[in-house]
Ligand binder design. Structure first.
Ligand code: NDP
Ligand code: GDR
Length: 364
């Protein structure tokens, strides 16, 4: 007897979480469909290792062109793939950028979730298709309680967070109104070596590796006092899957329960590279100096946000007690893995700088 493969559809498959989740679901034997946007450059770096040409045997991973701002593409893909599970990860996910592109952020992050839920309803898939919404700790914004858990009131502080608040509630509403198995994962920051370079953790690990090798002089950052609860993306996508395997759909906070400041992240990354950073000055004058007294970290107010989220710390007891989920990777392990990978990339860049692209081929 052959058992039918489960079918999953991932929006945002080309992003950090999309790549880890696709890999996890393929390992579990799913047929995985991903939605990618049209781009003038290749945008599938993170998932290229999973992709096989459709003409090969045993292909389980398929990509479709679509966009969160385009209902027709979303509805068509859902109709064609008839997924058992949809993971809605696609979003304009940068908080600072959302102040510059508030309307687009609302369109893709808020209405995008609605479009997927409406497609499920219009296509009569309410009883078949389970829906995961990538909600965020940014909903807590100006925090009303510490640590933050599922019952903590929301106070969003950016166009991104406000858009995600709509997506959170429309997910709850479609669950209650139409009986769709729909869940919110309220995920705190999670990082990895494939985190995009504009988020603070990756910006730090990449820059310090480059500074160490002489490829860059200085790293400019914004608020060094901001505190975050940072976990590893690989651990968090497991929870996204687990949430859709339960008897009843519910919302869960996913976090490590430990908090560090941006400055502490820098110190941890520097330690991995045997760099010793001394801190001097305060406010916009604060800077980090290396052993030789060179200013290698400076504050640039350009990176300050009009309204900042100063502190986030999650309480994931519900996920631990109900689903047995605990994060596997510690803060130190996360930083170490990111620094190692960025050091390898910086070494490649050094090689290219010295000998041109041919040097890479000779090595491989
Ligand atoms: P990324 O920014 O790495 O990935 C976002 C993905 O969404 C990319 O594949 C991107 O495509 C795609 N995308 C963006 N806009 C559109 C659009 N209009 N139509 C179709 N696709 C689009 O984010 P992460 O992987 O880190 O996060 C995944 C989700 O989880 C996001 O919704 C994010 O807001 C949320 N989240 C993330 C947290 C984190 O710490 N990482 C914490 C809490 C929530 P492209 O590659 O072409 O840009
Ligand atoms: P965040 O992540 O806004 O929490 O959103 P980000 O890494 O951008 O910022 C974290 C904190 O660091 C401060 N910061 C800087 N941030 C950036 N990007 N660049 C800088 O130079 C810099 N200097 C200081 C920020 O002000 C902030 O306080 C991430 C995203 O993945 C969201 O999609 C997700 O919902 C939340 O995490 C949970």
């Amino acid at each position: 007897m052959t058992t039918q493969k489960k079918v999953a559809l991932i929006t945002g498959v080309t992003g950090q979480d999309g790549a880890y989740l696709a890999e996890l679901l393929l390992k579990k034997g799913y047929e995985v469909h991903g939605i990618k946007r049209r781009s003038s450059l290749f945008n599938t770096d993170r998932i290229d290792h999973l992709y096989k040409d459709r003409h090969e045997k045993d292909v389980s991973f398929f990509l479709h062109h679509g966009d969160m701002t385009d209902s027709s593409s979303l509805t068509r893909i859902i109709q064609q793939t008839q997924p058992d599970e949809i993971y809605n990860l696609a979003a304009q996910s940068h908080v600072a950028v959302s102040f510059e592109e508030p309307e687009y952020t609302a369109n893709s992050d808020a209405l995008g979730a609605l479009r997927v839920l409406e497609a499920i309803r219009i296509l009569g898939l309410e009883k078949k298709t389970r829906f995961y919404q990538a909600s965020t700790s940014e909903l807590y914004g100006l925090v009303q309680e510490t640590p933050q858990k599922e019952t903590t009131p929301f106070y969003p502080r950016s166009p991104y967070a406000v858009a995600k608040l709509y997506a959170y509630w429309i997910t709850v509403n479609y669950r209650e109104a139409y009986g769709i198995y729909a869940c919110n994962g309220i995920l705190f920051n999670h990082e990895s070596p494939i985190r995009s370079e504009t988020f603070v953790t990756r910006k730090i690990t990449r820059a310090l590796a480059r500074i160490k090798l002489g490829l860059q002089d200085c790293l400019y950052l914004g608020n060094l006092d901001a505190k975050r609860d940072w976990g590893h993306a690989r651990d968090y996508v497991e929870m996204q899957w687990l949430m859709l395997q339960q008897d009843k759909p519910e919302d869960y906070v996913i976090a490590t329960g430990v908090q560090y400041s941006v400055r502490e992240f820098i110190n941890a990354a520097a330690k991995e590279l045997d760099m010793n950073i001394g801190w001097q000055g305060c406010g916009v004058e604060e800077h980090g100096i290396d052993q030789g007294g060179k200013r290698i970290i400076r504050v640039d107010p350009r990176y300050f946000r009009p309204t900042e989220v100063e502190t986030l710390l999650g309480d994931a007891s519900k996920a631990r007690n109900r689903l047995g989920w605990v994060p596997k990777t510690t803060f130190e392990e996360l930083v170490s893995e990111m620094v190692r990978e960025d050091m390898t990339l910086a070494q490649r860049d050094t090689l290219v700088k010295k000998h041109g692209y041919k040097a890479l081929n000779y090595r491989e």
